[in-house]
Design a binder for this molecule. Structure first.
Ligand SMILES: NC(=O)C1=CN([C@@H]2O[C@H](COP(=O)(O)OP(=O)(O)OC[C@H]3O[C@@H](n4cnc5c(N)ncnc54)[C@H](OP(=O)(O)O)[C@@H]3O)[C@@H](O)[C@H]2O)C=CC1
Ligand SMILES: O=C(O)CCC(=O)C(=O)O
Ligand SMILES: [Mg+2]
Length: 417
């Protein structure tokens, strides 16, 4: 297939050193996927704000060379019908090490499976990292939204997102049901003649690498606890094992000790000698406690579906998914993306909040070691919200706010840097 990617002439690749650290040139080429729906609205301000922050922080010494790569609806326009995820996009995201994407549409029921999930699985980006913090002045349904300060580590490669499911009535579904009944002695499938079947793989290796990433983050960032969120009382050998393997990892790899006889574990932060508590909570209880006692939770390690639900719920507590950032991270490669989707009813209206993708870009700059530019983006966000110059999602909940378009909010962030 003919290449459609135009490599900028004036940039270099980021590379990964043997110890896993990044080698970032002053003029890195960063691939971006515009995204479907509101991707067309939020991606341009994201690039503009990042460029302005880099320019202000480094006075022209550093600069991003953006390189468009394609996925989703735009890919079908550029490459032709049915080409949703071209091979050269995957190759670029791998080769250029750090990239960023807008949201991509997934039809409900039939049609293609999620391209977002496909990117994560094909590139083995096993951690979905979603920090949740409060910006002063943001409208929130909570009385004390500033107490919500959590960092979600969502397992990104397993669980029912593996897409192993069979439609009711198909030969495949009948075959799986017959195997379960006749070879595994399963008697509990109600209405087995017309039943869809899904499979939920959760492995020890997959759990360990995710929980390790969460504990390492807590160590590096001086955080007091890591909570394993699961539904292990019901799904004993998937979600329950996730909890058991997480505790075992803390005990065996971090010289953990049982706290009051267990199951909670304490480990010592080797950087400062402080205790880090590894604890667990059942997912439904967690969802009420994050509203009632958010200060008790800090770093969160959880499975794929729980992490999806928890991400939007926590985002709502601090102002909504309009400003909820995220990253998909593997060993070496990172693909940054907003927590929200394509919000099709707002597509092309220059209306929605670009904050989620911009703050994902802020995470990207920090990941690259460009902390001065990242700090300016945080300052720009704080300033724009404090000045009550905001997009519709905040304006409708704030008194005396000025309503800005999507692109204008990006400009307001730049003014406040
Ligand atoms: N990673 C990804 O690419 C993701 C893709 N998706 C896909 O996106 C599509 C639409 O999904 P849907 O469930 O509607 O979820 P969306 O996140 O797209 O939108 C749900 C609602 O969230 C609010 N919202 C979303 N983005 C913004 C923003 N930038 N600024 C302000 N408010 C925002 C809007 O609320 P209000 O109506 O109150 O204004 C919107 O109606 C689906 O195809 C889904 O599969 C979903 C999630 C993630
Ligand atoms: O891939 C999708 O369409 C939805 C993904 C999603 O909701 C998420 O990653 O949070
Ligand atoms: Mg989601």
């Amino acid at each position: 297939m003919e290449s459609k990617i135009v490599v900028p002439a004036d940039g270099q690749k980021i590379t990964v050193n043997a110890d896993g650290s990044l080698n970032v040139p002053n003029n890195p080429i960063i691939p971006f996927i515009e995204g479907d729906g509101i991707g067309v609205d939020v991606t341009p301000p994201m690039m503009k704000v990042l460029d302005a922050a880099v320019e202000k922080a480094y006075g022209g010494e550093k600069k991003i060379s953006w390189m468009e790569v394609y996925c989703g609806e735009k890919s079908t326009q550029v490459y032709g019908e049915d080409v949703w995820l071209p091979e050269e996009t995957l190759t670029a995201v791998k080769d250029y090490v750090v990239s960023i994407k807008g949201p991509l549409t997934t039809p409900v029921g039939g049609g293609i499976r999620s391209l977002n999930v496909a990117l994560r699985q094909m590139l083995d980006l096993y951690t979905c990292l979603r920090p949740v913090r409060y910006y002063e002045g943001t409208p929130s349904p909570l009385k004390q939204p500033e107490l919500t300060d959590m960092v979600i580590f969502r397992e990104n490669s397993e669980d029912i997102y593996a897409g192993i499911e069979f439609k009711a009535g198909t030969d495949e579904a009948k075959k799986v049901i017959s195997f379960l009944q006749n070879e595994m002695g399963v008697t509990k499938i109600r209405f087995s003649e017309n039943c869809g079947i899904g499979v939920k793989p959760v492995s020890k290796a997959g759990t360990e690498r995710l929980v390790k990433a969460a504990i390492d983050y807590a160590i590096q960032n001086d955080r007091p606890s890591v909570t394993l969120v699961h539904k292990g009382n019901i799904m004993k050998f998937t979600e329950g094992s996730f909890k058991d393997w997480g505790y075992e990892l803390a005990l065996n790899e971090y010289a953990g000790e049982l706290l009051d006889g267990g199951p909670w574990v304490k480990i010592k932060n080797p950087n400062n000698g402080k205790e880090i508590i590894i604890k667990d909570v059942i997912a439904d209880a967690f969802l009420q406690q994050i509203l009632l006692r958010p200060a008790e939770y800090d770093v969160i390690a959880t499975l794929n579906l729980n992490g999806d639900y928890v991400s939007d719920a926590l985002a709502a507590q601090v102002g909504g998914i309009g400003i909820a950032p995220g990253a998909n991270i593997g060993d070496g490669i990172a693909l940054f993306e907003a927590t929200h989707g394509t919000a099709p009813k707002y597509a092309g209206q220059d209306k929605v909040n670009p904050g989620s993708l911009i703050l994902s870009g802020e995470m990207m700059l920090r990941h690259m070691g460009w902390t001065e530019a990242a700090d300016l983006i945080v300052k720009g966000m704080e300033g724009a919200i404090a000045a009550k110059t905001v997009t519709y999602d905040f304006e409708r909940l704030m008194e005396g706010a000025t309503l800005l378009k999507c692109s204008e909010f990006g400009d307001a962030m730049i003014t406040n840097m």
